[in-house]
Design a protein around this ligand. Structure first.
Ligand SMILES: [Zn+2]
Length: 100
């Protein structure tokens, strides 16, 4: 279980900023379709709830716009959609968790 405070932590904010910069502040899902859309959020490809050890691991993170982020999870169950699973396959095998 990941505490809500995770998203308020300095470690997350710093990492989030780093990922956005890596992805040039563009939605990486839109980019696959040749569109340039500003990213609004950083998505955990392997869900945080199931893989808290990957919370701050760069290969597990991707910048997305809000509509694309909504497409990655089922809004009610939180289960990954087909689009979400595709990203998961892209990063599998699971990235190693970062050394502390
Ligand atoms: Zn998008």
């Amino acid at each position: 279980m990941v505490p809500q405070s995770f998203y308020k932590s300095t470690r997350w904010k710093t990492k989030r900023e780093k990922i956005l910069r890596r992805d040039e502040y563009l939605c990486q899902e839109c980019k696959r379709y040749g569109r340039s859309t500003a990213a609004a959020t950083v998505h955990h490809i392997n869900p945080l709830e199931r893989h808290p050890e990957l919370a701050l691991v760069s290969p597990n993170l991707v910048s997305l716009c809000n509509p694309c982020h909504d497409k990655m999870h089922d809004r009610t169950t939180g289960v990954l959609t087909e689009a979400g699973e595709r990203w998961r396959e892209k990063v599998s095998p699971l990235p190693q968790s970062a050394a502390p």
